[in-house]
Design a protein. Structure first.
Length: 453
């Protein structure tokens, strides 16, 4: 919920969110990554190679979240990483973190919306997945505009259902699970480890990141938390542990259900994996399709909340046009920011010729673009942590990163490895990402007067 600060007259956000709601947002933001997207990593790395990549990324995210929580609790601001980098490195640092977070959170929803369309298309073959994706935008932008408390309660509800459904999936396919299926051709299509497998593991990094992408979005709800110093660490730590367990379980059970190569380049790997065990007419399959939508909806809905707060914060600070931080006169939510991100996402859904490049599907390239934004933001956040420890040693830190400096150093080094390897294996998407940064910086320079005012 948004209001106006009486002291400054600028829009501010009202603290209404509980610890349980924040955990629901943390898991809900990410849980669609367990339903789709990650299986594209099998195409390049194989099941075993991708498992190695996923475990490396899980370690990166675990150390990152423990470190990032220090920043979130010390600076509970709706801008999240933007606010941390601006405090550490000034306006340019704020710009880099802000634009990176914006790319991550604006490009993730269209990929999820396309997966929602693919799931619905299983039940209604005549329904165009893109039309369904646009319908999802309309429904959940509206729900976010109605109010953050309602939105967070809904997010918690669908997240719990989504977790339940993933457990049901594992239980249903377990009778037909075979480790022989999982390991066959598990090293980039080969039965034994090779140099090609190493390249495949690096190429699969964006899809392993998709397992955990956007958990940091809780930082953008920190300004709306009732007790951020206490609730955010609990929500983050419980959230990352929940997601690691679910990611490993889903990946292993899906890969052992049958011929995993049939699941490597599709948007609905879980229903298709279940088909291999129970057949096409099983009631279990139809239940998975319907309840599986809850996982996609949880992330889609949560990330709309995240991108709207980022647009709102950047606009409030003069980094984006001022009209984007206006709030709805009745619902007191950043409705213009919600709609602006939706316009970009819907445009991405219909940008096949622009985004379907490099021999990858539209969804895979949108995922990769979103991950580029996330990785740059992770790098800026860890650099901000080190900088603020040195420049502001007396800053109140309700939560401090454990094993400092090793945890943030590992997270930073891993993020740099991810950025370099992603740029190597996705040169065209990397070029588009750099183009966005350059255009954004030109706007940043030309609108210096906005921030001075």
């Amino acid at each position: 919920m948004s209001t106006t600060s009486p002291a400054s007259g600028v829009p501010a956000l009202k603290p209404v969110l509980s610890t349980l709601q924040l955990w629901g947002i943390a898991v809900g933001l990410v849980i669609s990554g367990e339903y789709f997207g990650w299986s594209y990593g099998w195409a390049s790395a194989g099941t075993l190679g991708f498992t190695v990549t996923a475990l490396f990324i899980a370690a990166m995210y675990t150390t990152f979240i423990f470190s990032f929580t220090e920043l979130t609790t010390s600076i509970p601001h709706a801008g999240g990483p933007f606010a941390y980098s601006k405090r550490a490195f000034g306006p340019v640092g704020g710009y880099l973190a802000g634009i990176a977070t914006l790319v991550e959170f604006v490009f993730a929803p269209p990929a999820i919306a396309l997966a929602i369309g693919a799931y619905l298309n299983v039940q209604f073959p005549a329904l165009d997945p893109k039309v369904a994706a646009v319908g999802a935008y309309v429904v959940f932008m509206t729900l976010n505009i109605v109010g953050v408390s309602i939105a967070a309660t809904f997010e918690l509800f669908v997240t719990i259902l989504a977790i339940f459904e993933l457990l049901v999936f594992m239980g249903v396919v377990s009778p037909g699970f075979s480790m022989a299926n999982f390991v066959k051709g598990g090293w980039a299509g080969q039965d034994s480890f090779s140099l090609a497998a190493i390249g495949g593991m690096f190429a699969a990094i964006p899809f392993a990141i998709w397992f955990f992408l956007a958990i940091e979005g809780v930082a953008m709800a920190a300004e709306e938390a009732k007790d951020p110093k206490r609730s955010i660490p609990i929500a983050y730590i419980a959230g990352i542990l929940t997601l690691v367990v679910l990611a490993v379980g889903v990946m292993v059970f899906a890969g052992g259900a049958g011929d995993w190569t049939k699941l490597a380049n599709i948007n609905d790997p879980l229903p298709q994996a279940m088909k291999l065990i129970v057949g096409e007419s099983s009631g279990w399959l139809h239940m998975l399709v319907w309840l599986g939508l809850f996982g996609l909806v949880a992330s889609f809905h949560g990330i709309i909340l995240g991108y709207s707060r980022q647009i709102f914060a950047l606009s409030r600070e003069g980094y984006l046009p001022a009209f984007l931080c206006k709030v709805h006169p009745k619902f007191n939510t950043p409705h213009r920011a919600i709609l602006a991100g939706g316009v970009v996402g819907i445009a991405a859904i219909f940008s096949d010729e622009l985004i379907q490049i490099g021999g990858m599907t539209l969804t895979a390239n949108i995922v990769t673009m979103s991950v580029f934004g996330a990785i740059l933001m992770y790098i800026m956040s860890m650099l901000s942590l080190f900088k603020l420890r040195k420049s502001e040693p007396g800053m109140v830190r309700p939560f401090t990163a454990p094993l400092y400096p090793f945890f943030p150093a590992f997270a930073l080094a891993a993020a740099l490895v991810c950025l370099l390897t992603m740029a190597y294996y996705n040169a065209i998407v990397a070029g588009l990402f750099v183009g966005i940064l350059v255009l954004g910086y030109a706007y940043f320079v030309l609108t210096k007067h906005q921030r001075q005012d």
